[in-house]
Ligand binder design. Structure first.
Ligand SMILES: Nc1ncnc2c1ncn2[C@@H]1O[C@H](COP(=O)(O)OP(=O)(O)O)[C@@H](O)[C@H]1O
Ligand SMILES: [Mg+2]
Length: 353
């Protein structure tokens, strides 16, 4: 953690556990002259509850896949810091309720459904004893292939397709179904995207930043950036990612900007639904994923509380994702500074802040 509790200057406190993903945000803060401090919560550490949290705005970009980077304690550490900051009245962006949504596809899907959005039919299985019976039940309802997913997922973790219950039973018997970190596996109907792409809608403070299309034909379930895909050790050619139909083509991006998103029929209602879901989940910065089925239905299946930075899309987008986040956090920081100046002048700050 690079923050020192004695620092009196209000800053944006950026809480995260993956330095590889932070560069674009650091650039956006620096370009705008926004003071910020990184709290890298990776290996544990102390939170002194007897001290007030340093002043400023707290922004969590905790990621559900943190445990895959060896940061198994990051979730509890982030929960502790966010609880401490919120209880002291600090302005927190993507706080504790956002973290609970980030680590639970059950929470995401239930909330999407509550707001009238269509989601793939899904059974959540806690533990392993009921997996096979639940798969039978799902296939009896859907009559088609299904996916396994980890409730606390990200990066396509645990996402595998099964065409029937027999194939799933064989994989279970062979020990080929990995155990999720929280013990909760989702079984979900597999709905092939009609045009081979999924769409990820990036929202900051209720505003659409842009929508990204991702090519699942070449990218599969993990949608790794082309230069990060696994390569064949013998030929050097890209390997077929899990769920892909064709190997990625070197030099050809899996991601593109959907510049029209928001203007086509039905997309206004989809956006309104996403805003309502994010408001309920306390999520101010999000990337929400959906696909369009062959019958025209739009199914939403993933709420990410992080932006998915992509250099090719950023290069052509009318607005920058990290830039939009920095603008939002910078405005909140200015409001905090103004508020504390008023407080120091002897005027009581609003209750609860
Ligand atoms: N129900 C589904 N039917 C077909 N493809 C899906 C479905 N759910 C997810 N996928 C594909 O798998 C990818 C990973 O699934 P997702 O739920 O987004 O998990 P993660 O949190 O790991 O990103 C998606 O981007 C999409 O390409
Ligand atoms: Mg996803």
């Amino acid at each position: 953690m690079s923050a020192s509790p004695s620092d009196a200057q209000p800053v944006v406190h950026a809480i995260h556990e993956n330095p590889d993903w932070f560069g674009p945000s650091a650039d956006a803060f620096r370009e705008r002259g926004i003071p910020y401090r990184e709290w890298l919560l990776t290996d544990g550490g102390a939170v002194d509850l007897d001290e007030p949290p340093p002043p400023g705005v707290y922004w969590s970009r905790f990621s559900a896949s943190s445990h895959t980077r060896g940061h198994a304690l990051a979730k509890e550490h982030t929960r502790a810091v966010l609880a401490w900051a919120a209880a002291a009245g600090r302005r927190v962006v993507n706080g504790r309720s956002a973290l609970e949504a980030e680590v639970s596809k059950v929470v995401q899907l239930a909330t999407l459904r509550r707001h009238g959005l269509e989601v793939p039919r899904t059974t959540a299985v806690v533990g392993t004893a009921d997996l096979l019976a639940a798969a039978r039940g799902l296939v009896a309802r859907t009559g088609g292939p299904f996916l396994t997913k980890h409730n606390q997922g990200g990066k396509g973790l645990g996402v595998a397709r099964f065409d029937d219950v027999g194939a799933f039973a064989a994989a279970l018997a062979a020990g080929d179904v990995p155990t999720p970190v929280d013990g909760v596996t989702l079984l979900q109907e597999y709905v092939p995207p009609a045009d081979g792409t999924i769409t990820r809608v990036e929202l900051v403070a209720g505003e659409l930043v842009y929508a990204i299309r991702a090519d699942t034909v070449h990218g599969g379930f993990q949608l790794c950036p082309a230069d990060a895909c696994a390569l064949d050790p013998l030929t050097g050619a890209p390997l077929l990612p899990p769920g892909a139909q064709l190997a990625p083509v070197p030099g050809q991006s899996l991601f593109s900007l959907d510049a029209e998103f928001g203007t086509r029929p039905g997309e206004d209602a989809l956006l309104a639904g996403y805003r309502a879901v994010l408001a309920e989940l306390g999520v101010e910065i999000a990337g929400v994923e959906h696909l369009r089925a062959a019958d025209g239905r739009v199914l939403t299946y993933d709420v990410n509380t992080n932006t998915n930075y992509n250099a090719e899309v950023e290069a052509v987008a009318p607005r920058s994702g990290p830039g939009a986040i920095a603008d939002h956090l910078g405005a909140l920081l200015r409001a905090e500074v103004a508020r504390s100046a008023v407080g120091h002048a002897g005027v009581a700050p609003p209750a609860g802040r």
